[in-house]
Ligand binder design. Structure first.
Ligand code: ADP
Ligand code: MG
Length: 397
């Protein structure tokens, strides 16, 4: 990929696509500024090099028109605190006012543009809009890994009109995610759980080529259990995916990869923390009950297996971890991943929440903040935000 280090940015106007899409409360207050902090290495570097930095991001889903609660003002204030220097903010992304502000900037100063998704041209990837945006700058730096799977104007559109380079966060994510699928030590394991089964089966299929063991939990495991002929009662599962699940089971058999499924499960009579619950072998799930967690024997099996891994990718909790009574399996998987000697990568909003809840983040090699982008990258899809930085996927070894 084109690296930011390869270009002289001193005095240049540099448009930086960052991911400032932070979670906010109903008043628009920032709940968690991780994403802003993740962008600091690139922004600090550009400022130190004497670039005139123009930062742009989306925030929330304003759907192509200005929405007050999604303005970038509070983000700019937080950024200013984090950088320890003044940050200017304009209430548009293009037009004479923006140009005027940029003309007045000195090297080493930073300006934050308005929420780019206030413009319909952003998500439509309108070339005219991209061209106008590109006209603000001499160089484009893409550092928004979390949005790299979107072919939007501020991600890949502007790259048609400007020399384009990958920012440090983008480069770090690509390096770390590539590490687990390209140059990983064996045995390599993927732990997949969670709720979005249909959306994640493509990823699971690709991981199967690269991993030695696939460990399943959550709605994903329920779907594979159902596809294997077990009765899963009222459990979350996707019957429409049974065919695909069977294909993957056969594929695993053909290429001699292991798929681990729960051998015992925690079942509940309702979807509530205080529901009646019991542990049953996986072939004895009562019709009116639902699987909400993996059982103790499964925890033991998974823990032992994870302990032998040299490379781990984890996405998706193995139970309804939001309910304390059903969080044991997910907590134990998280601890096993954190305690292992393996290179470990964790991705996915809920999986990260489980890690942070236990304070285990420092024991994970790489916490991927990409969400959908992380999953699509590992699935082997071409991400527009990477392709425009001249990304070339290495051969799988
Ligand atoms: P991530 O955000 O890590 O990518 P997902 O969004 O796919 O993960 O899935 C997380 C959700 O899956 C959580 O809300 C969790 O409660 C749910 N889940 C996990 N196991 C089960 C289960 N057995 N039954 C119902 N929901 C489950
Ligand atoms: Mg989620």
């Amino acid at each position: 990929m084109n690296s930011l280090k390869d270009v002289d940015v001193a005095g240049k106007r540099v448009l930086v696509r960052v991911d400032f899409n932070v979670p906010t409360d109903k008043k628009g207050e920032i709940i968690d500024d991780t994403r802003i902090r993740e962008s600091l290495p690139t922004l600090r570097y550009l400022l130190e090099q004497g670039a005139r930095v123009i930062a742009v991001s989306h925030l929330g889903r304003p759907k192509g028109k200005p929405v007050e609660e999604f303005r970038m003002d509070k983000v700019a204030v937080r950024l200013s605190h984090l950088l320890g220097k003044p940050v200017r903010k304009v209430s548009e992304c293009i037009g004479p006012q923006v140009t005027l502000e940029i003309d007045q900037m000195n090297p080493g100063e930073i300006l934050v543009l308005e929420n780019i998704r206030f413009y319909p041209g952003e998500e439509a990837n309108d070339p005219e809009f991209s061209k106008e945006l590109a006209g603000l700058a001499d160089i484009f730096v893409n550092d928004a890994f979390g949005a790299a799977h979107r072919a939007h104007a501020s991600i890949s559109g502007v790259a048609e009109f400007l020399p384009t380079f990958a920012g440090f966060l983008l480069a770090k994510e690509v390096k770390m995610l590539s590490r687990i699928i390209v140059i990983a030590d064996t045995p390599r394991m993927a732990i997949m759980g969670g709720a979005k089964v249909a959306a994640k089966l493509g990823l699971l299929k690709n991981l199967m080529k690269k991993m030695d063991v696939i460990i399943l939990g959550g709605g994903m495991a329920n779907t594979f259990l159902g596809a294997s002929g077990y009765s899963v009662g009222k459990s979350l599962h996707e019957e429409a995916m049974f065919g695909m699940a069977r294909e993957l089971i056969e594929l695993a058999r053909d290429v001699q990869k292991k798929i681990l499924l729960p051998i015992d499960v925690v079942v509940a009579d309702r979807f509530a923390n205080d529901a009646e619950r019991k542990v049953v072998p996986v072939n004895e799930v009562p019709d009116e009950w639902m699987i909400v967690d993996i059982g103790p024997e499964t925890i033991e099996l998974y823990r032992k297996t994870i302990n032998e891994a040299r490379t781990i990718f984890w996405n998706g909790p193995v139970g309804v971890f939001e309910f304390e009574n059903f969080s044991v399996g997910t907590d134990e998987v998280a601890r096993a991943v954190a305690n292992s000697q393996a290179v470990s990568v964790v991705g996915g909003g809920d999986s990260l929440a489980a890690i942070y809840h236990l304070g285990l983040q420092d024991s994970i090699t790489h916490i991927s903040t990409g969400g959908g982008a992380t999953l699509e990258f590992l699935e082997g899809k071409a991400l527009p935000g990477l392709m425009c930085c001249n990304y070339k996927r290495k051969m799988v070894v």
